[in-house]
Design a protein around this ligand. Structure first.
Ligand code: NAD
Length: 493
């Protein structure tokens, strides 16, 4: 047997499918025209499965099934508590399969296995959260004494179209499926074409949990084909999209003639601002994790680090040392901290930024393939210092383990630099000055701010960005708002 590192390092999960289908009206089906597309694993970059490639005719079928389930089925009419029970069962099933889910996700996407496991647990938690929230849902009632009582009726809208990206795919699908279903809608999910494997498990999970037939439908396929047909389908009044800002712009335009409800979670180039009075050990740990976890393929990555002059040299030196210690490895290995990037096309894109960075900043760590990884989409955690704000690696979303560090002197300068991109998703601020922290949070153009904190979410808070990072917020009651029509009812007394 071959015991070379290349052979032993590539672990293929047992019982891997070699063909995955759509799921419509409770049945697995192929595309109407029989078309498929190839899915690669990011370590060998070889095709390991064919997935059904949906087009308009397939989307039509899925939407028809979802419309029927909405019009005639029990789901929209069930009591919130009854729907909640089904969603709790979904959470239980997801939780009970988290290691299998993590194994498949890690194989398909290249995420480190320990982090893929964390994401599987988050997926279960998303379902549990919305299952609880829908039962606790309170709606407004207003009384004008002696004249009127006014209250709000909340109604599911219909078929929700859910379009998701390839980074942490299963978790991000759960973030849309949970609230869309909790509120009584039916859905058509179009998962990302780079990573359709974990999404193929949803059908079995929902069947086992007792979700009525036709409520959940899934069409695989390319964005320009299946995704586009979903966006342009007149029977889909809502689109919740997570992906690149440029794709979001296109979807906006394509949905405009139909006046659809849109929720857009888009790209980011989030700053981490480190002031001289910060707890430096904590700031370095968090900013290393903030850009290198999830392979840097994370919308809220702190991919620009702004550091105050007084501590700049020390920060850069210690940061580079720590970045060099980040363990790059095979996705299935529990010791791995950065795995393989999702796809050779994305790998080429990220590598092109490494070369661009070498002309724009000072390379202090990484800068190419890590030693011992001659093939596969591996990249060494890469750090550029002294990056000027006009640099492309300061302005553009790279979506990989690459970080730009830039010095600043004053609070005003830090704020100007922080806001100096088209994006506005997240910001991380490190300072022990309470007033400065809150004032900076108030002024920074970001949908989410973490003060002296890692990126830890509270599902009740709004999630979303400003500027090119998105439109609309989900999270907590905001998700319930997006997935429901709110009707005002007035009664004269
Ligand atoms: P992408 O925009 O290329 O694709 C996202 C999804 O849209 C895929 O399912 C794709 O098939 C589909 N799609 C592509 N073109 C389409 C079209 N014309 N019509 C309809 N659907 C279409 O994004 P990606 O590369 O898969 O994901 C990475 C991006 O997602 C990054 O920019 C990242 O910042 C962003 N992201 C944002 C958040 C957030 O919450 N803000 C979270 C995760 C990822």
């Amino acid at each position: 047997t071959d015991t070379s590192p290349a052979a032993t390092s590539h672990r293929v999960p047992a019982d891997l499918p070699n063909h995955i289908q759509h799921y419509v009206d409770g049945k697995f089906i192929d595309s109407v025209d029989g078309a498929t597309f190839e899915v690669l694993d990011p370590v060998s970059n070889k095709t390991y499965l064919q997935a059904a490639a949906g087009k308009r005719a397939d989307i039509d079928k899925a939407v028809a099934a979802a419309q029927r389930a909405f019009r005639e089925g029990p789901w929209p009419r069930m009591l919130p508590r009854e729907r909640s029970r089904v969603l709790h069962r979904v959470a239980d099933i997801v939780a009970s399969r988290d290691s299998r889910l993590a194994e498949l996700e890690s194989y398909d996407s290249g995420l480190p296995i320990t982090q893929a496991l964390g994401q599987a647990k988050r997926a279960a938690e998303n379902f549990r959260f919305f299952a609880d929230l829908i039962v606790a849902q309170a709606d407004d009632t207003y009384k004008v004494p002696g004249r009127q009582i006014n209250y709000v009726n909340r109604k599911p809208i219909g078929v929700a179209g859910l379009i998701t990206p390839w980074n942490t795919p299963f978790m991000l699908e759960s973030w849309k499926l949970g609230p869309a279903l909790a509120t009584g809608n039916t859905v058509v999910l179009k998962p990302a074409e780079f990573t359709p494997l974990s999404a193929s498990l949803w059908a079995g999970i929902f069947e086992e949990a007792g979700l009525p037939q036709g409520v959940f439908n899934l069409i695989n396929g390319l964005g320009e084909e299946a995704g586009d047909a979903l966006v342009k389908h007149p029977g889909v009044p809502l689109i919740s999209f997570t992906g690149e800002s440029t794709t979001g712009q296109l979807i906006f335009a394509n949905a405009a003639p139909f006046l659809k409800g849109l929720s857009m979670e888009l790209g980011g180039k989030s700053p981490a601002v480190v002031f001289a009075d910060a707890d430096l050990d904590a700031a370095i740990d968090a900013t290393v994790f903030g850009v290198f976890s999830l392979n840097g393929e994370r919308c809220t990555a702190g991919s620009r680090i702004l550091v105050q002059h007084d501590i700049y040299d020390e920060f850069v030196r210690r940061y580079a040392e720590q970045a060099k210690r980040v363990v790059v490895g095979y996705p299935h290995d529990p010791a791995t901290e950065v795995g393989a990037l999702v796809h050779p096309e994305h790998y080429e894109k990220v590598m092109s930024y490494v070369e661009i960075g070498k002309t724009e900043g000072r390379l202090v760590a990484g800068g190419g393939r890590p030693e011992g990884f001659e093939t596969g989409n591996f990249i060494a955690p890469t750090v550029f210092a002294d990056v000027p704000p006009e640099a492309r690696i300061f302005q553009e979303e790279i979506f990989g383990p690459i970080v730009a560090i830039t010095p600043f002197d004053t609070d005003e300068e830090a704020l100007k630099l922080a806001n100096n991109t088209k994006y506005g998703l997240a910001a991380y601020i490190w300072t022990n000055d309470l007033k400065r922290a809150h004032n900076f949070a108030q002024s920074v153009e970001a949908g989410m701010v973490w003060l002296n904190s890692n990126n830890v979410r509270d599902l009740r808070t709004p999630f979303g960005g400003v500027k090119a990072s998105g439109l609309g917020h989900e999270g907590g009651y905001r998700s319930i708002d997006f997935y429901t029509d709110q009707q005002a009812v007035h009664i004269t007394l």
